[in-house]
Design a protein around this ligand. Structure first.
Ligand code: SAH
Length: 215
């Protein structure tokens, strides 16, 4: 592919994000800086700039870019924030968060995905991301509390350990619902007096599973 063509395709990618409602300038800038290409391998690589979820290793998926944009906006990340992501997958969402936050911790239950994501983070010089293999439903107690928590796999309910590891004043964004049905993306605010829930839209994510993956 010629460079000019790639530049045009990337411009169309950003235009598509805008037209699908990703209008926050900081989010758009982060998504312009982080090329989705390196996060997708094999036969699907050529579709990296389409607004589609795509298969990655371990039977998982990289989310649809407009959903990534929307979730990132909903998370309302500040430059001083310490963010936890559950569900590293390809590492794409974590890389975007790294452009907006001070520190990003990302956990996946698949060792292989974490290993591959780390390589890309290194190549891109994203040294504020720490990628960890583990069951993210339990969060990361030794780094808690977090200003922001994003879960990119669907749970039936927000996992209690993650709610506990959210700071007062913090925000958590996650899909909830049965894994084989349409789920709802929700935003949780932790206030002095408790938790406030807001429903954002319908989404479809892979399920949040227990324990570690096989590879
Ligand atoms: N955010 C990713 C997409 C995530 S797909 C990206 O930008 O590409 C959802 C991921 O959640 C999968 O990689 C899956 O392995 C992971 N996952 C599911 N249950 C998990 C759990 N309990 N702990 C950690 N990761 C989990």
């Amino acid at each position: 592919m010629m460079n000019d063509d790639l530049a045009t395709i990337k411009m169309q990618f950003l235009y598509a994000l805008r037209s699908k409602g990703v209008t926050d300038n900081r989010v758009l800038q982060a998504m312009e800086e982080i090329d989705r290409g390196p996060f997708i391998r094999g036969i699907f690589a050529e579709r990296a700039y389409e607004d589609m979820p795509l298969p990655i290793a371990c039977g998982q998926t990289i989310s649809q870019p407009s959903i990534v944009g929307m979730m990132t906006h909903a998370l309302d990340v500040n430059p001083r924030d310490k963010v936890l992501e559950v569900g590293t997958g390809s590492g794409y969402q974590a890389a975007i968060l790294a452009k907006l936050a001070r520190r990003v911790y990302t956990i996946d239950r698949h060792r292989r995905l974490v290993r591959e994501a780390r390589v890309i983070f290194d190549e891109l010089g994203l040294h504020t991301i720490t990628a960890i293999t583990g069951d993210g439903s339990f969060g990361l107690p030794y780094q808690a509390p977090f200003d922001r928590i994003i879960i990119t796999a669907a749970a039936e309910d927000p996992p209690a350990p993650l709610l506990n590891q959210l700071k007062v004043g913090g925000i958590m964004v996650l899909p909830v619902g049965q894994s084989d049905a349409v789920q709802r993306l929700i935003k949780v605010h932790k206030t002095e007096t408790g938790l406030e829930y807001n429903e954002l839209r319908d989404v479809r994510f892979v399920p949040l599973l227990e324990g570690l993956g096989k590879e």
